[in-house]
Design a binder for this molecule. Structure first.
Ligand code: DVN
Length: 275
């Protein structure tokens, strides 16, 4: 074999470097593909463990079944075309016992309400039931042609009305109001000009679903801060009263937020004495 037939040592070194370079680039591409795949997979898979873990805190016979029924509402669907009714089977699968005389509705007061209900076992909000708890604070969607549940890249609340999250809360809120019983409470925000906002879920879904054969009184607790913006004579409450089923009595009381927070933190204070 003549000298140089396969090039001198310099040429061999260059060929080796080239081959090593190609291998390094290929390895980098494989690593990137694996990381991307895992990331996407995580985005589409971290809802289920949270759902199941929360569901198991309640007396639900079969949380896995509840998850499967829940997914059917939005998986393999355009995320702007998921109606409230798509969740009907899930609502059936997660029925709960309403706490008559202890049910609390709210609007624009999420933090103060849940701070209060977490401290005192006096009231039951939708988020304290299995139906509201398993998905509280979460986001999810599907997409046409995929069997995955995604938790990123989903439509935001205002992007389209029939998105999976907004339709769920509308449907769950209707279910909660449908079974409301006895004297119910609604904590509304006295620091805004329209405490009964017609575009809110409380106004557009819940009030209209209250049944006069089950509910006696709707007691509004108007949470006020130093800068009282609205009181119980606010015009929007006329709209609320007009939406209430005949026979349900409307009451309203202005209560300082500090009073609610102090009472909530005082274990000696009985439930009914906070306002
Ligand atoms: O009675 C309660 C409870 O039963 C619930 O199911 O519905 C009632 C509260 O809904 P609401 O009357 O519409 O009251 P809010 O405060 O206007 O909205 C409630 C929640 O809907 C918000 O806290 C948002 O949820 P989040 O992001 O805090 O977990 C969500 N929401 C409403 N409008 C929104 C929005 N999220 C994003 N953009 C918006 N424009």
């Amino acid at each position: 074999m003549e000298q140089g037939e396969f090039g001198g040592p310099g040429k061999r070194r260059r060929r080796c470097s080239f081959i090593l370079g190609v291998l390094a680039v290929l390895l980098l591409i494989v690593i990137l593909a694996v990381v991307l795949g895992l990331t996407l997979r995580e985005d589409s898979n971290d809802l289920k463990p949270t759902f199941l873990n929360r569901c198991q805190q309640f007396q639900v016979k079969n949380c896995q079944h509840a998850w499967e029924v829940f997914q059917q509402a939005y998986v393999d669907k355009d995320p702007c075309n998921v109606s409230m009714e798509a969740y009907d089977p899930f609502i059936e699968a997660t029925s709960f016992t309403p706490s008559c005389n202890r049910m609390m509705f709210w609007s624009k007061t999420k933090d103060v309400v849940h701070e209060f209900t977490e401290k005192k076992e006096c009231f039951q909000t939708l988020e304290d039931t299995v139906l509201g708890s398993v998905l509280d604070g979460l986001t999810w969607c599907g997409k046409k042609g995929s069997s995955e549940t995604f938790t990123t890249g989903c439509p935001r609340w205002t992007d389209c009305i029939n998105n999976p999250v907004r339709s769920f809360w509308n449907r769950a809120s209707a279910a909660f109001a449908n079974v409301a019983c006895g004297n119910i409470t609604a904590m509304l925000n006295g620091s805004i000009a329209t405490p009964f906002d017609s575009s809110s879920i409380f106004a557009s879904i819940e009030v209209g679903n209250l049944k006069s054969d089950k509910v006696n009184n709707l007691n509004v607790v108007l949470v006020t801060q130093k800068n009282v913006v609205s009181n119980c004579t606010n015009q929007s409450f006329e709209n609320l009263k007009s939406k209430l089923a005949e026979g349900i009595k409307f009451n309203c009381k202005e209560v300082p937020e500090t009073q609610i927070q102090e009472c909530g933190s005082d274990p000696e204070k009985a439930c009914g004495s906070c306002w």
